[in-house]
Design a protein around this ligand. Structure first.
Ligand code: ZN
Length: 428
């Protein structure tokens, strides 16, 4: 794999263009770190940054490109300018891929920014870190790929992010259109950070906070293994991606990595961003209320508010069908939580799932507290703040509750990777 960056633009914005060329041993079918097969659509993408041309450390350019090209790289990656030995070593160790050329020194920074999607999880992160600036990734069309996803209203999410009143930088990119199949989306989950990486020198970033919660970090949620995954290659600090971001001086920080989506929902809705929380890419004046993600989030929302489910989704709808089949489900811990707490659940589209799961308030009580090891792996400069917040607002799991995390999914069959709109949409 060969990667080339060029830039154009003026004083008010810069467009960074990335082109990449596959080597003979590379293939257009590759694999995301979560195991999902990905088919390449095109070999160019761009990232539009506000303001003006400025220097970007070669490690940041390289890592931003790597979040896109990693799935299709088999043996080596050659960047167009030398990267630090630290970053090359992280790629070598994490992927078994030779990276170069090597030269120059690593970078460092000190500020923490939040990769803010507008969803409940990142709004909860914002509530924990009220002074941290936001970087928002906005999807834009690709000049060479037809956009059959025009119902994805990325512009609405960007507007809502701007209305928060926080210090905000929006990076607009068409990188999701490098992916032909299963659909446009982030080639690696970390591609959401491509803009933040290119802005890291400008903003002085020494860390990037993301809204990945307990399910994604520890329970192998989303579309891969539904079991306890302390060595998660995407989100563990010692995993391949954690090491690569640390090598580029932007370690990943997961302030809500120890709490479930019930807690992030509660924190987000109670925060001053509550009115602007939006997990659905389809709605304009509000969430669409009819997609699979809206249905799943409504289950959690109703459970947190202890009220009946409000949805127009009927059991015959495609998005409801999976809840009639037996588990495992993606995000199953939250389905258990919701089924145990939503009044009248048996008469909803989750009725059959509730019957399969047989969850109770007691069996799901661990999902209301914080898993302590998640706080311990937060980098030193920010760990104390997160620990204090969790102690005051959430509380920590007991040893027995922590064991619920550490035995999650063990002894059950591995789930087949399940592809849902939400995992490819990039809104968390
Ligand atoms: Zn929706």
């Amino acid at each position: 794999m060969r990667v080339f960056w060029t830039a154009d633009g003026g004083d008010r914005s810069t467009v960074r263009h990335c082109a990449f060329r596959l080597d003979a041993e590379d293939a257009i079918i590759g694999f995301c770190a979560d195991g999902q097969a990905l088919k390449l659509a095109t070999n160019t993408f761009r990232v539009e940054l506000p303001r003006g041309p400025y220097e970007i450390h070669p490690d940041l350019l390289a890592l931003a490109a790597w979040t896109v090209v990693a799935p299709w790289t088999r043996r080596r990656v050659v960047f167009d300018r030398p990267v630090s030995a630290e970053l090359a070593g992280a790629i070598e160790e994490g992927w078994g891929i030779e990276a170069g050329p090597v030269g120059g020194s690593p970078r460092a920074g000190s500020r923490l920014a939040i990769s803010y999607s507008g969803g409940a999880d990142s709004a909860a992160v914002a509530a924990i870190l009220p002074d941290a600036p936001f970087v928002h990734f906005q999807r834009v069309s690709h000049p060479r790929v037809p956009n059959r996803w025009s119902h994805y209203r990325a512009d609405v999410l960007a507007r809502l992010a701007a209305e928060t009143g926080r210090e905000l930088t929006i990076a607009r990119s068409d990188l999701e259109f490098t992916l032909a199949e299963p659909r446009p989306g982030y080639p690696e989950h970390h591609a959401v950070a491509a803009g933040a990486l290119l802005l890291a020198d400008e903003l002085g970033l020494g860390g990037l906070a993301l809204g990945y919660e307990l399910g994604s970090r520890w329970l192998g949620g989303d579309r891969y293994l539904h079991r306890y995954t302390p060595d998660n290659p995407m989100w563990a600090p010692h995993g391949a991606w954690g090491q690569a971001f640390a090598a580029a001086g932007v370690p990943l920080v997961l302030p809500v990595g120890g709490v479930s989506e019930a807690v992030t929902m509660r924190l987000a809705l109670a925060s001053d961003l509550g009115e602007r929380v939006r997990w659905c890419l389809r709605g304009i004046d509000g969430p669409c209320g009819t997609c699979g993600k809206c249905l799943y989030k409504e289950l959690i929302h109703a459970a947190v508010e202890r009220r009946p489910l409000r949805t127009g989704v009927t059991p015959e709808r495609g998005v409801a069908r999976k809840w009639r089949r037996p588990p495992p489900y993606g995000g199953q811990e939250m389905v258990e939580y919701g089924c145990a707490r939503v009044p009248g659940i048996e008469d909803t589209v989750f009725g059959e799932a509730a019957g399969f799961l047989n969850a109770t308030e007691e069996s799901t009580a661990w999902l209301e507290r914080c898993y302590p090891p998640a706080v311990e792996e937060i980098p030193g400069p920010w760990r104390g703040r997160v620990r204090d917040f969790m102690a005051a607002e959430v509380g920590f799991m007991s040893d027995d509750e922590a064991r619920r995390v550490e035995t999650w999914g063990i002894g059950t069959a591995e789930a087949t990777p399940e592809l849902t709109a939400e995992t490819a949409s990039g809104v968390s």
